[in-house]
Write a protein that binds this ligand. Structure first.
Ligand SMILES: [Zn+2]
Ligand SMILES: [Zn+2]
Length: 419
């Protein structure tokens, strides 16, 4: 079987057998088998239940990690969802795994990796999507993981300590008439908050005036939030999505408790923290106005992802010499988030987007379309990126922070993410 066919089959196999985060058993065994087949001497390190890491060649002063995400999304209505688990590959992670494996094989063919002035490692990370939280909280309680996201978990385990930079790839959402890539697509960070509004129960007919309506307090809070949007600076690409998480309402009782949950997404941590305080004030003010109370809980999600412009420049240069790819989208930040943001706190990262799909990303019909591009041409392009980087990366332009520094930053942000 030729390289393309084999890689495409692995991609399809993962696509048709989607697994949620920290449960990617089949997916990671496919990775392991493929790697061992072509690189029998490999030393594989397993981490965080299903994560896989290995290096090729001797370590050089500059050490690069290729990162791929193993997990699927919870999307039971997707046309290829697993009927039992509801998992579906509508974020394209299956193709990342296949692409990175293709690159791996091209690098070890004739020991091509020896040509480069940097050494390379491969990290297949579980659980990028922030979901299935009940299961993950259970894993946390059992002491099997500390973080709900795979990359922060890997960071804690020291998986990335030896690397100087990381290269990731990700499917681009949307239809592109021409073969495209994307660089410098920054992602928002996010935190989420729970506001438990407390009132006082009373008979709704007999004595409503004796109660304090917690639902009314939450309505007032929602109105304040709506009006406050005018005061939110657009440049931080903020998203706020308040929803009712819990209530115990019945029509004949003045509701005495309701919990509103909301995320706050922004491209700046400082701005996210400012908004967090603003929302707290709105919640407290609403409770005070109607004679009730509010309890506030903060949870840190992921940090914003600011892509390394320095490293993206090498991608752009490779693109300019690579005719088959026609479009390079640049500088289109979005308000989705990813745990690559956390990783980029420790070391410079880029995430190169690739087109070739149809349907809606995270929707019900997402699937590969231009298979030659995804599973063959794009991995070849990544090799060109490496050639472009060879002997040109100036280590003084890179940064490195420790896991301890990361933990400190998250703690300041109210990070209850870690147990
Ligand atoms: Zn996703
Ligand atoms: Zn994704």
């Amino acid at each position: 079987m030729d390289k393309f066919q084999e890689i495409y089959q692995i991609g399809e196999d993962i696509y048709l057998n989607p697994e949620l985060g920290f449960k990617e058993v089949h997916t990671s065994s496919l990775v392991e088998n493929y790697v061992k087949k072509y690189f029998p001497d490999v030393v594989i390190e397993r981490f965080a239940k299903t994560g896989i890491k290995f290096n090729i060649g001797n370590k050089k002063p500059l050490h690069i990690a290729f990162v791929a995400e193993l997990d699927a999304v919870f999307a039971p209505s997707h046309f290829h969802a697993n009927p039992k688990t509801g998992a579906a590959h509508n974020c394209g992670h299956y193709s990342q795994v296949a692409i990175i494996l293709h690159l791996f094989r091209s690098l070890i063919e004739n020991e091509k990796y020896e040509k480069f002035d940097f050494s390379m490692g491969f990290v297949f990370v579980p659980a990028e999507e922030y979901l299935d939280l009940e299961f993950r909280h259970k894993l946390k309680d059992m002491g099997e993981i500390s973080y709900l996201g795979g990359k922060p978990e890997a960071m804690k385990l020291g998986i990335f300590d030896e690397y100087d930079l990381a290269i990731c790839v990700h499917a681009m959402g949307g239809i592109f008439p021409e073969r495209s890539i994307e660089i410098n697509c920054d992602l928002a960070g996010f935190m989420y908050k729970n506001y438990k509004f407390k009132g006082k129960a009373a008979h709704a007919g007999f004595a409503p005036f004796a109660g304090v309506n917690a639902y009314s307090i939450s309505t007032l809070f929602n109105v304040a939030l709506g009006l406050a949007r005018q005061q939110i600076d657009e440049k931080h690409l903020v998203r706020i999505n308040p929803v009712i998480l819990e209530s115990n309402m019945g029509v004949n009782v003045i509701p005495n408790e309701i919990t509103v949950g909301t995320d706050i997404r922004a491209h700046s941590v400082e701005y996210m923290m400012k908004l967090s305080k603003d929302l707290d004030n709105m919640a407290k003010g609403s409770a005070m106005a109607l004679g009730g109370q509010v309890e506030i809980e903060n949870n840190m999600g992921y940090l914003p992802f600011i892509q390394s412009r320095y490293l993206s420049n090498f991608v752009r240069k490779a693109y300019e010499k690579f005719d088959i790819i026609k479009v390079c989208k640049d500088e289109n930040p979005i308000s989705a988030a990813g745990d690559i943001g956390d990783l980029s706190f420790m070391l410079p990262c880029i995430q190169i987007g690739y087109s070739g799909f149809k349907g809606t990303i995270h929707g019900d019909d997402f699937i590969h379309d231009d298979i030659e591009y995804i599973f063959s041409i794009f991995p070849q392009f990544l090799m060109k990126v490496l050639e472009e980087m060879n002997e040109k990366i100036d280590k003084t332009k890179l940064y490195k922070r420790t896991y301890e520094e990361y933990k400190k930053a998250i703690d300041i942000l109210g990070g209850i993410n870690e147990k």
